[in-house]
Write a protein that binds this ligand. Structure first.
Ligand code: URP
Ligand code: ZN
Ligand code: ZN
Length: 471
Protein backbone atom coordinates (compact mmCIF):
# COMPACT_ATOMS: atom_id res chain seq x y z
CA UNK A 1 0.00 0.00 0.00
CA UNK A 2 1.36 3.46 -0.97
CA UNK A 3 0.91 6.16 1.68
CA UNK A 4 1.20 9.89 1.00
CA UNK A 5 0.87 12.73 3.50
CA UNK A 6 0.15 16.30 2.48
CA UNK A 7 1.25 18.49 5.39
CA UNK A 8 0.90 22.07 6.48
CA UNK A 9 -1.66 23.26 3.94
CA UNK A 10 -5.04 24.93 4.23
CA UNK A 11 -7.68 22.46 3.11
CA UNK A 12 -10.34 24.35 1.20
CA UNK A 13 -13.64 22.69 0.35
CA UNK A 14 -16.99 24.11 -0.73
CA UNK A 15 -17.94 24.20 2.94
CA UNK A 16 -14.78 24.80 4.99
CA UNK A 17 -11.26 26.18 5.20
CA UNK A 18 -9.05 24.53 7.80
CA UNK A 19 -5.44 23.79 8.64
CA UNK A 20 -5.21 20.04 8.19
CA UNK A 21 -2.85 17.30 7.10
CA UNK A 22 -4.24 14.80 4.61
CA UNK A 23 -3.41 11.09 4.60
CA UNK A 24 -3.78 9.18 1.34
CA UNK A 25 -3.58 5.41 1.01
CA UNK A 26 -3.32 4.20 -2.56
CA UNK A 27 -6.14 5.98 -4.41
CA UNK A 28 -8.20 7.28 -1.49
CA UNK A 29 -8.13 9.94 1.18
CA UNK A 30 -8.21 8.01 4.46
CA UNK A 31 -7.76 10.67 7.15
CA UNK A 32 -7.60 14.38 7.88
CA UNK A 33 -6.04 15.63 11.11
CA UNK A 34 -4.83 18.81 12.75
CA UNK A 35 -1.11 19.35 12.08
CA UNK A 36 0.95 17.90 14.94
CA UNK A 37 -1.92 15.81 16.28
CA UNK A 38 -0.93 12.53 14.60
CA UNK A 39 2.03 10.21 14.06
CA UNK A 40 1.38 9.07 10.52
CA UNK A 41 4.18 7.57 8.50
CA UNK A 42 4.26 7.59 4.74
CA UNK A 43 6.25 6.71 1.63
CA UNK A 44 6.02 10.29 0.44
CA UNK A 45 5.37 13.60 2.19
CA UNK A 46 4.32 16.69 0.27
CA UNK A 47 4.84 20.01 2.01
CA UNK A 48 1.90 22.34 1.33
CA UNK A 49 2.85 25.05 3.82
CA UNK A 50 1.36 28.38 2.74
CA UNK A 51 -0.72 26.69 0.05
CA UNK A 52 -4.30 25.59 -0.46
CA UNK A 53 -5.20 21.91 -0.66
CA UNK A 54 -8.32 21.68 -2.82
CA UNK A 55 -10.28 18.94 -4.57
CA UNK A 56 -9.17 18.51 -8.18
CA UNK A 57 -11.05 20.59 -10.72
CA UNK A 58 -13.93 18.95 -12.58
CA UNK A 59 -14.66 20.20 -16.08
CA UNK A 60 -18.01 18.83 -17.20
CA UNK A 61 -17.96 20.37 -20.67
CA UNK A 62 -15.12 19.38 -22.98
CA UNK A 63 -14.93 18.32 -26.62
CA UNK A 64 -11.76 16.36 -27.29
CA UNK A 65 -11.45 15.36 -30.97
CA UNK A 66 -14.97 16.66 -31.74
CA UNK A 67 -15.74 16.45 -35.47
CA UNK A 68 -17.15 19.92 -36.11
CA UNK A 69 -17.08 22.72 -38.67
CA UNK A 70 -15.44 20.54 -41.31
CA UNK A 71 -12.53 19.54 -39.06
CA UNK A 72 -11.78 18.08 -35.61
CA UNK A 73 -11.17 19.80 -32.27
CA UNK A 74 -7.40 19.79 -32.08
CA UNK A 75 -6.88 18.24 -28.64
CA UNK A 76 -6.96 14.46 -28.50
CA UNK A 77 -7.94 12.71 -25.28
CA UNK A 78 -4.25 12.29 -24.63
CA UNK A 79 -3.17 15.91 -25.15
CA UNK A 80 -6.35 17.42 -23.73
CA UNK A 81 -6.41 15.48 -20.47
CA UNK A 82 -2.69 16.13 -19.98
CA UNK A 83 -3.32 19.87 -20.38
CA UNK A 84 -6.27 19.58 -17.99
CA UNK A 85 -4.00 17.99 -15.39
CA UNK A 86 -1.45 20.79 -15.79
CA UNK A 87 -4.25 23.23 -15.00
CA UNK A 88 -5.45 21.40 -11.88
CA UNK A 89 -8.38 19.56 -13.42
CA UNK A 90 -8.52 15.88 -12.49
CA UNK A 91 -11.83 14.86 -14.07
CA UNK A 92 -13.48 15.74 -17.36
CA UNK A 93 -16.91 14.83 -18.67
CA UNK A 94 -16.68 14.92 -22.46
CA UNK A 95 -19.43 14.70 -25.07
CA UNK A 96 -19.76 11.50 -27.08
CA UNK A 97 -21.66 12.16 -30.29
CA UNK A 98 -24.51 10.35 -32.00
CA UNK A 99 -24.61 11.61 -35.59
CA UNK A 100 -27.64 11.38 -37.88
CA UNK A 101 -28.35 7.85 -38.98
CA UNK A 102 -26.19 6.37 -36.23
CA UNK A 103 -27.29 4.57 -33.07
CA UNK A 104 -26.82 6.37 -29.76
CA UNK A 105 -24.67 3.55 -28.37
CA UNK A 106 -22.55 3.54 -31.53
CA UNK A 107 -21.59 7.10 -30.61
CA UNK A 108 -20.86 6.06 -27.04
CA UNK A 109 -18.69 3.17 -28.16
CA UNK A 110 -16.80 5.32 -30.66
CA UNK A 111 -15.90 7.80 -27.91
CA UNK A 112 -14.91 4.99 -25.54
CA UNK A 113 -12.56 3.82 -28.24
CA UNK A 114 -11.04 7.29 -28.69
CA UNK A 115 -10.52 7.80 -24.94
CA UNK A 116 -9.55 4.32 -23.80
CA UNK A 117 -5.89 4.10 -22.78
CA UNK A 118 -5.31 7.76 -23.63
CA UNK A 119 -6.42 9.78 -20.64
CA UNK A 120 -4.15 11.17 -17.93
CA UNK A 121 -7.11 11.82 -15.60
CA UNK A 122 -10.50 10.23 -14.98
CA UNK A 123 -13.26 10.86 -17.49
CA UNK A 124 -16.94 10.33 -18.09
CA UNK A 125 -19.27 10.97 -20.99
CA UNK A 126 -22.48 12.81 -21.73
CA UNK A 127 -24.13 11.86 -25.02
CA UNK A 128 -25.07 14.33 -27.74
CA UNK A 129 -28.40 13.13 -29.09
CA UNK A 130 -28.19 13.87 -32.80
CA UNK A 131 -31.04 11.73 -34.14
CA UNK A 132 -34.18 11.31 -32.05
CA UNK A 133 -36.16 8.21 -33.04
CA UNK A 134 -37.68 5.16 -31.28
CA UNK A 135 -34.35 3.33 -31.25
CA UNK A 136 -32.51 6.35 -29.80
CA UNK A 137 -35.07 6.72 -27.03
CA UNK A 138 -34.64 3.05 -26.10
CA UNK A 139 -30.88 3.41 -26.19
CA UNK A 140 -31.03 6.27 -23.69
CA UNK A 141 -31.80 3.49 -21.17
CA UNK A 142 -28.79 1.45 -22.31
CA UNK A 143 -26.58 4.50 -22.03
CA UNK A 144 -27.90 5.14 -18.54
CA UNK A 145 -26.87 1.64 -17.50
CA UNK A 146 -23.37 2.45 -18.80
CA UNK A 147 -23.15 5.52 -16.56
CA UNK A 148 -24.27 8.17 -19.04
CA UNK A 149 -26.92 10.08 -17.10
CA UNK A 150 -27.02 13.30 -19.12
CA UNK A 151 -27.88 13.98 -22.76
CA UNK A 152 -27.09 17.13 -24.71
CA UNK A 153 -29.48 18.51 -27.30
CA UNK A 154 -29.17 21.47 -29.62
CA UNK A 155 -31.65 24.19 -30.51
CA UNK A 156 -28.79 25.62 -32.61
CA UNK A 157 -26.82 24.35 -35.63
CA UNK A 158 -29.63 23.34 -38.06
CA UNK A 159 -28.48 20.50 -40.30
CA UNK A 160 -25.78 19.43 -37.84
CA UNK A 161 -26.83 18.67 -34.26
CA UNK A 162 -30.18 20.54 -34.29
CA UNK A 163 -33.35 18.94 -32.89
CA UNK A 164 -36.81 20.44 -33.26
CA UNK A 165 -39.15 21.01 -30.32
CA UNK A 166 -40.95 17.70 -30.83
CA UNK A 167 -37.70 15.74 -30.81
CA UNK A 168 -36.51 17.63 -27.75
CA UNK A 169 -39.79 17.03 -25.94
CA UNK A 170 -39.68 13.28 -26.67
CA UNK A 171 -36.13 13.01 -25.33
CA UNK A 172 -37.14 15.00 -22.24
CA UNK A 173 -40.07 12.66 -21.61
CA UNK A 174 -37.66 9.73 -21.85
CA UNK A 175 -35.15 11.40 -19.52
CA UNK A 176 -37.94 12.03 -17.00
CA UNK A 177 -38.54 8.26 -16.71
CA UNK A 178 -35.25 7.68 -14.89
CA UNK A 179 -34.25 11.18 -13.83
CA UNK A 180 -31.52 11.75 -16.45
CA UNK A 181 -30.62 15.36 -17.12
CA UNK A 182 -31.19 17.02 -20.49
CA UNK A 183 -28.40 19.49 -21.27
CA UNK A 184 -29.42 22.20 -23.70
CA UNK A 185 -27.52 24.33 -26.16
CA UNK A 186 -30.13 27.08 -26.07
CA UNK A 187 -29.88 29.37 -29.09
CA UNK A 188 -32.62 29.72 -31.70
CA UNK A 189 -30.58 28.33 -34.60
CA UNK A 190 -33.35 28.71 -37.17
CA UNK A 191 -33.65 32.47 -36.63
CA UNK A 192 -29.86 32.81 -36.38
CA UNK A 193 -29.44 31.17 -39.78
CA UNK A 194 -31.72 33.81 -41.33
CA UNK A 195 -29.55 36.56 -39.81
CA UNK A 196 -26.37 34.79 -40.98
CA UNK A 197 -27.65 34.62 -44.55
CA UNK A 198 -28.69 38.29 -44.52
CA UNK A 199 -25.34 39.40 -43.07
CA UNK A 200 -23.39 37.48 -45.71
CA UNK A 201 -25.60 38.98 -48.45
CA UNK A 202 -24.62 42.43 -47.17
CA UNK A 203 -20.95 41.43 -47.47
CA UNK A 204 -20.45 41.22 -43.69
CA UNK A 205 -18.03 38.32 -43.63
CA UNK A 206 -15.59 39.08 -40.74
CA UNK A 207 -15.61 37.13 -37.45
CA UNK A 208 -17.22 40.06 -35.58
CA UNK A 209 -20.46 39.33 -37.48
CA UNK A 210 -20.61 35.89 -35.84
CA UNK A 211 -21.03 37.75 -32.57
CA UNK A 212 -23.48 40.28 -33.98
CA UNK A 213 -25.94 37.89 -35.63
CA UNK A 214 -26.16 35.45 -32.73
CA UNK A 215 -28.39 37.81 -30.75
CA UNK A 216 -28.62 37.44 -27.00
CA UNK A 217 -32.42 37.66 -27.24
CA UNK A 218 -32.31 34.40 -29.24
CA UNK A 219 -30.45 32.72 -26.39
CA UNK A 220 -33.07 34.04 -23.99
CA UNK A 221 -35.92 32.82 -26.20
CA UNK A 222 -34.46 29.33 -26.60
CA UNK A 223 -33.73 29.08 -22.87
CA UNK A 224 -37.35 29.99 -22.09
CA UNK A 225 -38.65 27.38 -24.57
CA UNK A 226 -36.35 24.67 -23.22
CA UNK A 227 -37.48 25.42 -19.66
CA UNK A 228 -41.17 25.21 -20.59
CA UNK A 229 -40.70 21.93 -22.47
CA UNK A 230 -38.75 20.45 -19.54
CA UNK A 231 -41.36 21.66 -17.06
CA UNK A 232 -44.06 19.88 -19.04
CA UNK A 233 -41.99 16.72 -19.48
CA UNK A 234 -40.85 16.88 -15.83
CA UNK A 235 -37.20 16.29 -16.72
CA UNK A 236 -34.21 17.97 -15.10
CA UNK A 237 -32.72 20.60 -17.40
CA UNK A 238 -29.18 21.99 -17.45
CA UNK A 239 -28.44 24.95 -19.73
CA UNK A 240 -24.90 24.69 -21.06
CA UNK A 241 -22.50 27.58 -21.73
CA UNK A 242 -24.97 30.29 -20.71
CA UNK A 243 -23.70 33.64 -21.93
CA UNK A 244 -26.59 36.13 -22.02
CA UNK A 245 -28.42 38.03 -19.32
CA UNK A 246 -31.74 37.25 -21.07
CA UNK A 247 -31.03 33.53 -20.63
CA UNK A 248 -29.97 33.99 -17.02
CA UNK A 249 -33.23 35.82 -16.32
CA UNK A 250 -35.18 32.78 -17.57
CA UNK A 251 -33.13 30.39 -15.44
CA UNK A 252 -33.56 32.62 -12.39
CA UNK A 253 -37.35 32.71 -12.81
CA UNK A 254 -37.50 28.92 -13.26
CA UNK A 255 -35.38 28.31 -10.16
CA UNK A 256 -37.49 30.72 -8.14
CA UNK A 257 -40.48 28.61 -9.19
CA UNK A 258 -38.72 25.56 -7.76
CA UNK A 259 -38.11 23.84 -11.11
CA UNK A 260 -35.20 21.45 -11.60
CA UNK A 261 -33.41 23.90 -13.88
CA UNK A 262 -29.65 24.41 -13.64
CA UNK A 263 -27.01 26.25 -15.65
CA UNK A 264 -23.30 26.66 -16.21
CA UNK A 265 -21.24 29.46 -17.65
CA UNK A 266 -17.64 29.44 -18.87
CA UNK A 267 -14.58 31.66 -18.30
CA UNK A 268 -14.80 33.15 -21.80
CA UNK A 269 -18.27 34.57 -21.10
CA UNK A 270 -17.10 36.08 -17.83
CA UNK A 271 -13.77 37.45 -18.98
CA UNK A 272 -13.95 38.22 -22.70
CA UNK A 273 -16.34 40.24 -24.85
CA UNK A 274 -17.66 40.99 -28.34
CA UNK A 275 -14.77 43.40 -28.93
CA UNK A 276 -12.35 40.43 -28.90
CA UNK A 277 -13.98 39.33 -32.17
CA UNK A 278 -13.36 42.70 -33.77
CA UNK A 279 -9.70 42.51 -34.65
CA UNK A 280 -10.05 41.55 -38.35
CA UNK A 281 -9.59 37.81 -38.94
CA UNK A 282 -7.64 37.46 -35.65
CA UNK A 283 -11.10 37.57 -34.08
CA UNK A 284 -11.66 34.02 -35.36
CA UNK A 285 -9.73 32.85 -32.30
CA UNK A 286 -12.71 34.00 -30.24
CA UNK A 287 -15.49 32.48 -32.37
CA UNK A 288 -17.60 30.19 -30.24
CA UNK A 289 -21.34 29.68 -29.76
CA UNK A 290 -23.06 31.29 -28.02
CA UNK A 291 -20.76 34.19 -28.87
CA UNK A 292 -18.83 36.47 -26.55
CA UNK A 293 -21.16 39.25 -25.44
CA UNK A 294 -21.11 43.03 -25.50
CA UNK A 295 -19.58 44.49 -22.33
CA UNK A 296 -21.84 47.57 -22.51
CA UNK A 297 -24.99 45.45 -22.25
CA UNK A 298 -23.85 44.15 -18.84
CA UNK A 299 -23.92 40.39 -19.52
CA UNK A 300 -20.63 39.65 -17.75
CA UNK A 301 -21.65 41.53 -14.60
CA UNK A 302 -24.94 39.64 -14.49
CA UNK A 303 -23.16 36.31 -14.87
CA UNK A 304 -20.98 37.05 -11.83
CA UNK A 305 -24.13 37.99 -9.91
CA UNK A 306 -25.68 34.70 -11.00
CA UNK A 307 -22.64 32.78 -9.79
CA UNK A 308 -22.72 34.50 -6.41
CA UNK A 309 -26.43 33.93 -5.92
CA UNK A 310 -26.46 30.33 -7.24
CA UNK A 311 -28.65 31.00 -10.27
CA UNK A 312 -25.56 29.63 -12.03
CA UNK A 313 -24.11 26.58 -10.32
CA UNK A 314 -21.12 25.47 -12.41
CA UNK A 315 -18.17 26.91 -14.32
CA UNK A 316 -17.06 24.59 -17.11
CA UNK A 317 -14.96 25.45 -20.17
CA UNK A 318 -16.66 24.16 -23.34
CA UNK A 319 -13.07 23.36 -24.34
CA UNK A 320 -13.19 22.96 -28.13
CA UNK A 321 -9.89 24.15 -29.61
CA UNK A 322 -9.14 24.83 -33.26
CA UNK A 323 -5.80 26.10 -34.55
CA UNK A 324 -5.50 29.45 -36.22
CA UNK A 325 -2.55 28.41 -38.40
CA UNK A 326 -0.87 25.15 -39.31
CA UNK A 327 0.37 23.58 -36.10
CA UNK A 328 1.59 20.17 -34.96
CA UNK A 329 0.45 18.51 -38.19
CA UNK A 330 -2.94 20.22 -38.13
CA UNK A 331 -4.36 22.48 -40.83
CA UNK A 332 -5.12 26.18 -40.25
CA UNK A 333 -8.54 25.24 -38.90
CA UNK A 334 -9.96 28.67 -38.10
CA UNK A 335 -8.95 29.86 -41.57
CA UNK A 336 -11.60 27.60 -43.09
CA UNK A 337 -13.82 30.61 -42.42
CA UNK A 338 -11.75 33.29 -44.14
CA UNK A 339 -14.21 35.31 -46.22
CA UNK A 340 -17.25 33.72 -44.50
CA UNK A 341 -17.56 33.89 -40.72
CA UNK A 342 -20.20 31.12 -40.73
CA UNK A 343 -17.51 28.64 -41.79
CA UNK A 344 -15.15 29.36 -38.89
CA UNK A 345 -15.13 26.25 -36.65
CA UNK A 346 -16.91 27.26 -33.44
CA UNK A 347 -15.00 26.76 -30.24
CA UNK A 348 -12.19 27.97 -28.00
CA UNK A 349 -9.44 26.34 -25.94
CA UNK A 350 -9.92 26.56 -22.17
CA UNK A 351 -9.49 23.30 -20.26
CA UNK A 352 -6.06 24.27 -18.91
CA UNK A 353 -6.39 27.82 -17.49
CA UNK A 354 -9.89 27.54 -15.93
CA UNK A 355 -8.90 27.07 -12.28
CA UNK A 356 -6.28 29.83 -12.32
CA UNK A 357 -8.41 32.28 -14.31
CA UNK A 358 -11.41 31.92 -12.03
CA UNK A 359 -9.22 32.14 -8.92
CA UNK A 360 -7.75 35.38 -10.27
CA UNK A 361 -10.91 37.01 -11.63
CA UNK A 362 -13.21 35.62 -8.95
CA UNK A 363 -11.28 35.26 -5.71
CA UNK A 364 -8.34 37.67 -6.07
CA UNK A 365 -10.54 40.37 -7.61
CA UNK A 366 -13.20 39.90 -4.94
CA UNK A 367 -16.20 38.59 -6.90
CA UNK A 368 -16.58 35.20 -5.22
CA UNK A 369 -15.23 33.58 -2.07
CA UNK A 370 -12.50 30.95 -1.94
CA UNK A 371 -14.98 28.21 -1.06
CA UNK A 372 -17.35 29.30 -3.82
CA UNK A 373 -14.47 28.96 -6.30
CA UNK A 374 -13.98 25.35 -5.18
CA UNK A 375 -17.72 24.76 -5.31
CA UNK A 376 -18.18 26.16 -8.83
CA UNK A 377 -15.14 24.42 -10.32
CA UNK A 378 -15.25 21.07 -8.51
CA UNK A 379 -17.94 20.27 -5.94
CA UNK A 380 -21.04 21.43 -7.80
CA UNK A 381 -20.02 19.79 -11.11
CA UNK A 382 -19.47 16.54 -9.15
CA UNK A 383 -22.92 16.74 -7.57
CA UNK A 384 -24.63 17.89 -10.76
CA UNK A 385 -23.30 14.93 -12.75
CA UNK A 386 -23.43 12.14 -10.20
CA UNK A 387 -19.77 11.91 -9.19
CA UNK A 388 -19.93 13.15 -5.60
CA UNK A 389 -18.46 12.33 -3.05
CA UNK A 390 -15.89 10.18 -4.88
CA UNK A 391 -15.00 13.39 -6.68
CA UNK A 392 -15.39 17.05 -5.76
CA UNK A 393 -14.27 17.19 -2.14
CA UNK A 394 -11.48 16.49 0.32
CA UNK A 395 -13.05 13.97 2.69
CA UNK A 396 -12.37 10.54 4.14
CA UNK A 397 -13.32 7.98 1.50
CA UNK A 398 -13.09 10.35 -1.47
CA UNK A 399 -10.73 9.73 -4.37
CA UNK A 400 -7.36 11.35 -3.76
CA UNK A 401 -7.81 13.84 -6.61
CA UNK A 402 -6.05 16.74 -4.95
CA UNK A 403 -4.55 20.02 -6.12
CA UNK A 404 -2.00 21.95 -4.11
CA UNK A 405 -2.52 25.54 -5.16
CA UNK A 406 -0.08 28.32 -4.35
CA UNK A 407 -2.08 31.54 -3.83
CA UNK A 408 1.04 33.72 -3.69
CA UNK A 409 2.88 32.61 -6.83
CA UNK A 410 2.03 34.24 -10.13
CA UNK A 411 2.55 33.67 -13.82
CA UNK A 412 1.79 35.15 -17.20
CA UNK A 413 -0.50 33.01 -19.34
CA UNK A 414 0.87 32.43 -22.83
CA UNK A 415 0.79 30.06 -25.76
CA UNK A 416 4.47 29.54 -24.93
CA UNK A 417 3.81 27.96 -21.53
CA UNK A 418 0.50 26.18 -22.13
CA UNK A 419 0.06 22.47 -22.89
CA UNK A 420 -3.15 22.41 -24.92
CA UNK A 421 -2.65 21.33 -28.54
CA UNK A 422 -3.47 24.66 -30.09
CA UNK A 423 -1.42 27.58 -31.41
CA UNK A 424 -2.87 30.43 -29.37
CA UNK A 425 -4.11 31.37 -25.93
CA UNK A 426 -7.27 33.42 -25.65
CA UNK A 427 -5.69 34.99 -22.55
CA UNK A 428 -2.23 35.80 -23.92
CA UNK A 429 -0.20 37.96 -21.51
CA UNK A 430 -2.81 37.87 -18.74
CA UNK A 431 -1.17 37.74 -15.33
CA UNK A 432 -2.66 35.50 -12.65
CA UNK A 433 -1.78 35.37 -8.97
CA UNK A 434 -2.43 31.89 -7.64
CA UNK A 435 -1.13 28.93 -9.61
CA UNK A 436 -1.35 25.16 -9.64
CA UNK A 437 1.64 23.67 -7.84
CA UNK A 438 1.07 19.91 -7.48
CA UNK A 439 -1.70 17.67 -8.83
CA UNK A 440 -2.66 14.19 -7.67
CA UNK A 441 -5.02 11.97 -9.60
CA UNK A 442 -6.29 9.04 -7.49
CA UNK A 443 -3.25 9.31 -5.23
CA UNK A 444 -0.66 9.54 -7.99
CA UNK A 445 1.31 12.75 -8.47
CA UNK A 446 0.73 13.74 -12.09
CA UNK A 447 2.06 17.30 -11.96
CA UNK A 448 4.91 18.28 -9.66
CA UNK A 449 5.79 21.93 -10.16
CA UNK A 450 7.34 22.16 -13.62
CA UNK A 451 7.45 18.40 -14.08
CA UNK A 452 4.77 16.25 -15.68
CA UNK A 453 4.63 12.80 -14.05
CA UNK A 454 1.33 11.58 -15.45
CA UNK A 455 0.72 8.89 -18.01
CA UNK A 456 -1.77 8.23 -20.78
CA UNK A 457 -4.02 5.41 -19.62
CA UNK A 458 -3.94 6.28 -15.92
CA UNK A 459 -7.37 7.93 -16.30
CA UNK A 460 -10.37 5.65 -15.82
CA UNK A 461 -13.87 5.79 -17.26
CA UNK A 462 -16.39 6.92 -14.64
CA UNK A 463 -19.89 5.51 -14.58
CA UNK A 464 -21.94 8.36 -13.24
CA UNK A 465 -25.05 8.50 -11.07
CA UNK A 466 -27.94 10.94 -11.13
CA UNK A 467 -27.93 14.70 -10.65
CA UNK A 468 -27.79 15.12 -6.87
CA UNK A 469 -29.47 18.55 -6.92
CA UNK A 470 -32.75 17.28 -8.32
CA UNK A 471 -35.65 17.60 -5.90
O1 URP B 1 -18.56 27.02 -29.95
C1 URP B 1 -18.76 25.98 -29.33
N1 URP B 1 -19.44 26.05 -28.23
N2 URP B 1 -18.28 24.80 -29.79
C2 URP B 1 -18.48 23.54 -29.22
C3 URP B 1 -19.81 22.94 -29.52
C4 URP B 1 -20.86 23.41 -28.58
O2 URP B 1 -21.85 23.97 -29.03
O3 URP B 1 -20.74 23.21 -27.38
ZN1 ZN C 1 -23.15 23.89 -27.33
ZN1 ZN D 1 -19.78 22.50 -26.01
Amino acid sequence: MARTIITGGTVVTAADQMSADVLIEDEKIVALAAPGSHEWSADQTIDATGKYVIPGGIDVHTHMELPFGGTFASDTFETGTRAAAWGGTTTIVDFAVQTKGQGLMEGFEAWQEKASGQCAIDYGFHLIVGDVNEQTLKEMETAFAEGVTSFKMFMAYPGVFYSDDGQIFRAMQKAAENGSTIMMHAENGIAIDVLVEQALQRGETDPIHHGIVRKSILEGEATHRAIKLAELAESPLYIVHLSALEALEEVTIARDQGLNVFAETCPQYLLLGLDDLGNQFEGAKYVCSPPLRDWDAGHQEELWRGLRGNDLQVISTDHCPFCMDEFDGLIAQKRLGEGDFSKIPNGMPGVEPRMELIHQAGVVEGKISLSRWVELCSTAPAKMFGLYPDKGTIAVGSDADVVIFDPNASKVISVDNQHMRVDYSAYEDWEVTGIVDTVLSRGRVVVDGDEYRGEAGHGRYLKRGLNQYVM
